[in-house]
Write a protein that binds this ligand. Structure first.
Ligand code: NAD
Length: 419
């Protein structure tokens, strides 16, 4: 029986197969590298505010345990499925290996829509989900973090639930917590800052002056909003398009980011900011810009629209925004500098790793120290990917995946096969 199905898992499988073919990996070893070590599915029953009981489905997939504990985010989304969670766990493995972190990949979440749940109901879902996962996670086994639909708030509830069970405060069970609970400086902004840093490096490589460039950002949550603000404020870029699940805004002269920030702070969404700047969300992706940052959901750049993108740099803040078919179109075009997801959004897991290390040592770093170390690791990974792509004459995605897969493979070979 094939447990892992759906288009997102097929993407992860196809990407892996492409690299495995290039590296000539034998079949038995392929299964060992690709198939997740564990997949946990739980029922998460919760009392709703209206007195009814609803049972949500919860998942956690731990891809491999070869190099250390597994590490990965927790997604609260209505249509979450096991195959999608497994794909995201697999991508986390290649991402951690590429960044040189001592982790395997994991991912988890609950199939629920946090937008229609009350605060109390979200807390109940969070706490019951963590309670169900306690037998399967731990600071040396599997360390959770936020992802779409979750944030510091949910991580605080996860940490509290786990700690109540242990009988003592256990900060190192999750990352992305509030700083007051043992979180690290810079984690909330880490993924968006990392995206902006790598976009800057891509501009350097192409000889573009960042301050004269324009950018479009799809998704305005943790990753997208921080990436947009950082590109605008640190690098002086003109942000000509932004979108979230409610609407898309476009203005070739540049959008007023300070006013947008105030609007989102007050209303939570982009809708209502402007009627003149509204644009069809799909059309926004195809507008002319120097930098396009998909930072929302998977599979938004497809074979259908890839030929119409008009950017110089594609910076994948989201996981899996580009389908393998679209990738083939982009490779054939050859006019785009692609920062593949496992490199581009790795700032989040890198600073999560810093948080875990600080929690284990009970020794905390300054924001400047976190930022410096983040840029050093991103720089290293960026250099490795661009050099490997040039040397092997492959796309930067293939280069990034190859480095990640090779490192996991080397770890498995050195440890051998038990018993
Ligand atoms: P989030 O929940 O904070 O924000 C998601 C944003 O996407 C929201 O603004 C939402 O309105 C928007 N959105 C949803 N569907 C959309 C659509 N169809 N079109 C346009 N916008 C849409 O989530 P996040 O943490 O910012 O994660 C975004 C992506 O980045 C995900 O793919 C996630 O896996 C990836 N990622 C996140 C982190 C992290 O540290 N949070 C790290 C690495 C990768």
């Amino acid at each position: 029986m094939n447990l892992y199905t759906g288009p997102v898992f097929e993407m992860a499988r196809a990407q892996f197969a492409g690299v495995a073919d290039r590296l000539d990996i034998p079949d038995g070893e392929r299964d060992r590298l690709l198939l997740p070590k564990r997949a946990i599915c739980v029922a998460v029953p919760v009392h709703l505010d209206d007195g009814r009981t609803q049972v949500f489905q919860g998942f956690r997939v731990q891809h491999h345990l070869t190099l250390g504990p597994t590490k990965g985010g927790t997604r609260f989304a209505p249509d979450l499925e096991l195959g999608e969670v497994a794909a995201l766990a697999i991508w986390m493995s290649w991402k951690c290996a590429l960044a040189g972190l001592p982790y395997g990949g994991a991912k988890g979440g609950v199939a629920c829509d946090p937008r229609v749940l009350s605060l109390r109901e979200i807390e109940a879902v969070s706490r019951r989900y963590m309670q169900e996962m306690i037998p399967f996670v731990g600071p040396q086994v599997d360390v959770m973090a936020p992802d779409m639909g979750t944030s510091e708030r949910e991580m605080a509830w996860f940490m509290d639930t786990y700690s109540m069970h242990q009988g003592h405060a256990c900060a190192e069970i999750v990352t992305g917590k509030p700083v007051a609970l043992g979180g690290t400086e810079g984690r909330r902004e880490a993924t968006g800052h990392g995206v902006a840093y790598l976009v800057g490096r891509a501009c350097d490589t192409l000889g573009l002056v960042a301050g004269s460039c324009s950018a479009i950002v799809q998704g305005f949550g943790n990753v997208g909003s921080v990436a947009a603000y950082t590109l605008a404020r640190r690098q002086g870029m003109r942000i000509v398009g932004v979108s979230d699940h409610t609407c898309a805004l476009h203005d070739p002269r540049g959008l007023p980011m300070d006013e947008i920030e105030a609007h989102v702070r007050d209303h939570g969404v982009l809708m209502g900011f402007s009627t003149e700047a509204l644009i069809d969300p799909a059309a926004m992706l195809e507008q002319r810009c120097d930098v396009l940052v998909p930072a929302a959901v998977e599979r938004v750049i497809t074979a259908e629209n890839a030929g119409r993108l008009r950017c110089r740099i594609l910076a994948e803040g989201a996981n899996g925004p580009t389908t393998p078919e679209a990738d083939a179109v982009l490779e054939a075009r050859g006019d785009m500098f692609v920062l593949p997801d496992i490199l581009c959004n790795s700032g989040g897991v890198i600073v999560s790793y810093f948080e875990w290390v600080q929690d284990l040592q009970r020794l905390f770093w300054s924001a400047a120290e976190v930022g410096d170390r983040l840029e050093r690791l991103l720089e290293q990974a960026f250099g490795q990917v661009t050099r490997r792509a040039a040397a092997d004459k492959v796309s930067q995605r293939t280069a990034a995946l190859t480095i990640g897969i090779e490192r996991v493979r080397a770890g498995k070979r050195l440890r051998g096969l038990f018993p």
